[in-house]
Design a protein. Structure first.
Length: 383
């Protein structure tokens, strides 16, 4: 008799949709502790579209990672509401497998953030129903998650260095600084002078063009972990030309909307690292597939963030237990964005800079009804 092995978990695609007895779309607004500046926009608050699913006394929340505006990505909270309500939720029928549901969702082109919101809500609901932490439902054992901070554009290099100082003192495993044309080489140099060995990277959110090649090459001297999305949000090919000219690894963010884009980017050599934002690529199942594909091709991935509330932040934490997430991502302490979040407990770093998985079934965080009500700017009951 061969030794008995633990039964592998059923593939996620085989899980079935439970009968839903209640569905709500809720929009909340939470002020940021400080404005978050990038090359494409400065955000001063978080407006988040939340989906609340109820089934047999169990309630699951999920957060759409879109912004109210289309400045980072084409989806907005308005388009996500439209797509979820008119096109996705009507496809959610009890007994449908998640694999079938994904196929049905494929009839809707794009709109991965909207799709992710529904799929993640169902996965959290199933995890709660089975009494499992989300990462266990996904099939991955618990592990501590590496932390990373994304520092927005600042008014002066001194202010930037001060922000990096605070991050280093907290023990963040890596620091990302936003850059844009005219606010790059000298600003990186200022940080490097103070922190010669800090794991450091930059994110341009697509602010440069190939014509800036000679300028971008100047970033090579700083030993950066990577430069994230230097060229257009819609480009992959030109990144492959740029990567050949740079020593620093390119990481793609905006350009990757799913596994096919990741495969194209890897085949062209357009990047050596991929930022997986579960919403941008259409959900947790797609994220896990991309991470696996990248690992098979020797490419590191990390979990991007969209300055989420505690709901989306917890999803990103659970996702990072998956194979392939080898680099610290944009998972920071709640207090970096909010004085008061809508979920408890807040994310905090331990003494070594790690983030623990919130224990308990589902996301492991409790959505505080009173805070959601206080922060809600709209509440639409759909079923
Ligand atoms: O480009 O990664 C990005 C936030 C909003 C939109 C785009 C980006 C970001 C971040 C912040 O960099 C990540 C986070 O801390 O959640
Ligand atoms: Mg980015």
């Amino acid at each position: 008799m061969p030794p008995s092995r633990p039964k592998p978990p059923a593939p996620l695609e085989a899980l079935t949709v439970p009968p839903l007895d209640r569905v709500d779309l809720v929009t909340v607004k939470l002020p940021f502790v400080a404005p978050f500046g990038t090359s494409v926009h400065v955000w001063t608050e978080k407006e988040a579209l939340l989906l609340r699913l109820g089934a047999g006394g169990v309630t699951a929340w999920s957060e759409c990672v879109s912004d109210p505006d289309p400045f980072y990505f084409y989806e907005t909270n308005g388009t996500a509401r439209h797509i979820i309500k008119e096109f996705l939720l009507p496809l959610v029928e009890p007994g449908t497998t998640l694999g079938e549901l994904e196929e049905r969702f494929g009839h809707v082109r794009g709109h991965g953030m909207a799709k992710a919101t529904v799929e993640n809500g169902l996965l959290v609901l199933l995890a709660l129903d089975q009494g499992l932490p989300l990462h266990e439902l996904l099939g991955f054992p618990a592990r501590k998650i590496m932390s990373g901070l994304s520092i927005g554009l600042k008014d002066s290099p001194d202010e930037l260095v001060a922000a990096v100082e605070r991050a280093a003192a907290k023990g963040y495993h890596r620091v990302k600084m936003k850059v844009k044309k005219g606010q790059d080489v000298d600003w990186v140099r200022a940080v490097r002078r103070r922190f010669p060995a800090l794991p450091l990277m930059v994110d341009a959110n697509g602010d440069y063009a190939l014509a800036d090649l000679d300028h971008l090459k100047r970033l090579d001297e700083f030993g950066l972990m990577m430069i994230e999305q230097p060229l257009s949000y819609s480009d992959i090919y030109e990144h492959s030309l740029l990567q050949k000219e740079l020593r620093t690894s390119i990481c793609l963010d905006e350009s990757i909307h799913g596994l096919a884009d990741a495969a194209t980017a890897l085949a062209l050599g357009a990047c050596r690292i991929v930022n997986i934002k579960q919403g941008r690529v259409g959900g947790l199942m797609a994220s896990i597939r991309i991470a696996r594909y990248c690992a098979e091709h020797g490419v590191d991935v990390w979990s991007g963030g969209m300055d989420e509330t505690g709901i989306g932040r917890a999803v990103n934490i659970h996702l990072q237990t998956a194979d392939g997430f080898t680099l610290p991502g944009d998972t920071s302490e709640t207090s970096n964005y909010f004085d008061e979040d809508i979920a408890d407990p807040p994310v905090v770093l331990d003494a070594d800079g790690f983030i623990g998985i919130p224990p308990g079934p589902g996301l492991g965080v409790a959505v505080v009804a009173e805070r959601v009500l206080r922060r809600a700017v709209s509440w639409e009951r759909l079923a």
